[in-house]
Ligand binder design. Structure first.
Ligand code: EPZ
Length: 418
C-alpha cells in the first residue's frame, strides 16, 4: 500500500504553476460527446478522475488519445447509451454523462452514483430538471432510464443550487428544440468554463456565472481546441499550505480572482497576499491569528472544497475558530485524523470548533476523501516530526502530483510504495 511521507517544519518558498481544473474538465469531457467530431483539450490534468472519465467515454465508443499538447477525443461514433455501472459507482461525477447522452442520442441508461464519504449525494434535482425537457425518466432500484423522441427546451427552477444538476441540464439543452431557461442555476466558475467551452463548439448560451442561464438549442456543433483553466481548489490548497507552514511563494494560474473568498480568509489569518492576472503571491510567518467564523457557501462564498484544508491551518492558529459546513452533511470526517496529530477540534452537527494548539505532531493518518487528504498533507507539512498519509488514491483523484508540487516549493515530502 502506498502512502505519502512528509517531514514537517519546513517553510515553503519558490514558484509553481497550477495544474488544469478537475471540476472544469470532467463536464467538458462529457460535453465532447455532443459533437460527432474532434475535441482537443490542452492543460488537461493527469488525475485519476480524468482517467476514469476517459474509460467511460471509450466504453460508449469514443476514441481518446493523449498527445503532446493534451487530450484529443473523437466522438464520431458514440454508439452506446448505457454507462457502465462500475465506473458510475467509483466516480459519482460520471452522472454528468446523463445530460450529455440525452443531448447526443436522446436516451441514456445509467446507474445511481451513490454517496461518498462527504455525503449522500442525491440526484433528485438532476432528474426533475431533465423531465422539463420532454424526457421520460423511468427508475428501478438499480438503474435510471431516460428517453425522448423530441428533446424540447423548457423552464427549469432549481429548488436549491447544484453544480452537477446545472451542468447536466445545460448539456441536455444545448441541442434541444427551442430555448431553455435555468433559474437558480449554480454560479461556480466551472459552470462558466463549461459554457465557454460549449459556446466555442457553437452552442448559444448566455448568463453563465449568474443564477439565470439561457440556452438556445442549435442543430450542429463543431470541432474545438480548448485550453483548460487552472484548478482554483489546487491553488487554494497550496495557498493554505504556505499560510500554515510559513514562507513566501508565487503560484501561477488563471484562476486568481476565483480564489477571492479564500484570499480574504488568509489575509484575516495574517498572511500577506498579492494578486495579479495570472499569479498569486503569498507570504506568511506561520504564526496565524484565528479567524472567528468561516462558513462554506456556494460561489462566490468560501468553497466547501477548501474546508478541510483551512481546518488544518486553523488547528495551529492563535485562538479559537468556528467552521460551518453548509453544503455537505458529513464533510468533517478528517477531524478525527487531525485530532490524532494533536489538534483540538470539537464537531457538533455542521459546526466544528477549533482551538489552536502550539503545534501538531507527526503520526500515521488516513485520507478518507479527496480534500480531507489534502488537508492532512498540509497538517503534516506544519507538524513536528514525520507523518505518513495513507489512502492517497483519494488525493490522486484530484491532485496531479501533490508531492512533486510541494517538493518544488521546498517541502520534505515523497510518495512511498510499500
Ligand atoms: C460539485 O459536486 C463538485 N464536484 C464538488 O467537488 C463540490 O464540492 C460541489 O460541486 C459543490 O461545490 C465536481 O464538480 C466533479 P452539488 P456536485 O450538486 O455537483 C445537494 C471536489 O472535492 N444535492 O452542487 O455533486 C448535495 O447533496 C468535489 O472536487 C441534492 O440535494 O455538488 C449537496 O448537499 C467534492 N440533490 C449540495 O446539493 C441533487 O440532485 C451541493 O451539491 C444534487 C445535489
Amino acid at each position: 500500500m502506498a502512502f505519502i511521507e512528509v517531514v514537517g517544519g519546513r517553510h515553503l518558498s519558490g514558484e509553481l504553476t497550477i495544474q488544469g481544473s478537475k471540476n472544469a474538465v470532467l463536464p467538458i469531457l462529457a460535453a465532447s460527446i455532443l459533437h460527432k467530431g474532434i475535441t482537443r483539450i490542452k492543460n488537461c490534468p493527469k488525475i485519476i478522475d480524468v482517467y476514469h472519465m476517459i474509460k467511460l467515454l471509450e466504453s460508449i465508443g469514443c476514441i481518446v488519445t493523449w498527445e503532446q499538447e493534451g487530450l484529443t477525443i473523437d466522438a464520431t461514433d458514440v454508439n452506446y447509451n448505457s454507462v457502465d455501472k462500475k465506473y458510475v459507482s467509483s466516480m459519482r461525477s460520471s452522472i454528468i454523462l446523463l445530460g450529455a447522452l440525452i443531448g447526443r442520442n436522446k436516451c441514456v441508461t445509467i446507474s445511481y452514483p451513490g454517496g461518498c464519504a462527504i455525503g449522500e449525494r442525491p440526484i433528485d434535482l438532476h432528474l426533475k430538471a431533465i423531465k422539463e425537457l420532454n424526457v421520460e425518466v423511468i427508475r428501478n432500484e438499480d438503474l435510471i432510464f431516460c428517453s425522448t423522441v423530441h428533446l424540447i427546451g423548457g423552464n427549469i427552477e432549481f429548488a436549491k443550487q447544484s453544480v452537477g444538476a446545472t451542468e447536466n441540464i445545460i448539456l441536455a439543452a444545448v441541442k434541444a428544440e427551442g430555448v431553455t431557461i435555468v433559474n437558480n442555476a449554480a454560479c461556480e466558475p466551472e459552470i462558466t468554463e463549461l459554457c465557454s467551452f460549449l459556446n466555442q463548439m457553437g452552442a448559444r448560451i448566455t448568463g453563465a456565472g449568474s443564477k439565470t442561464i439561457k440556452i438556445e438549442g442549435v442543430k450542429e456543433l463543431k470541432d474545438v481546441d480548448y485550453t483548460l483553466v487552472s484548478d482554483r481548489i489546487v491553488m487554494g490548497t497550496y495557498l493554505a499550505a504556505v499560510a500554515g507552514t510559513g514562507g513566501s511563494v508565487t503560484l501561477r494560474g488563471n484562476c486568481c480572482e476565483e480564489n477571492a473568498s479564500v484570499i480574504e480568509v488568509l489575509r484575516k489569518l495574517g498572511c500577506r497576499v498579492g494578486v495579479g492576472n495570472d499569479y498569486i503571491n503569498i507570504c506568511s510567518n506561520g504564526k496565524l491569528q484565528a479567524s472567528s467564523i468561516i462558513e462554506t457557501e456556494s460561489y462566490p462564498g468560501f468553497p466547501t472544497d477548501m474546508q478541510s484544508q483551512i481546518m488544518s491551518v486553523l488547528s495551529i492558529a492563535n485562538g479559537s475558530s468556528l467552521v460551518v459546513e453548509n453544503i455537505f452533511e458529513s464533510r468533517f470526517k478528517t477531524v478525527s485524523e487531525l485530532v490524532k496529530m494533536g489538534a483540538e477540534i470539537y464537531v457538533n452537527g455542521k459546526v466544528a470548533q477549533i482551538h489552536g494548539v502550539n503545534a501538531l505532531y507527526g503520526t500515521d493518518v488516513k485520507a478518507l476523501d479527496l480534500r480531507g487528504g489534502a488537508g492532512l498533507v498540509i497538517a503534516g507539512l506544519m507538524a513536528n516530526g514525520t507523518s505518513r498519509v495513507s489512502g492517497i488514491e483519494y488525493i490522486e483523484r484530484g491532485y496531479q502530483d501533490i508531492c512533486l508540487d510541494l517538493r518544488t516549493l521546498g517541502a520534505d515530502i515523497r510518495k512511498v510504495e510499500e
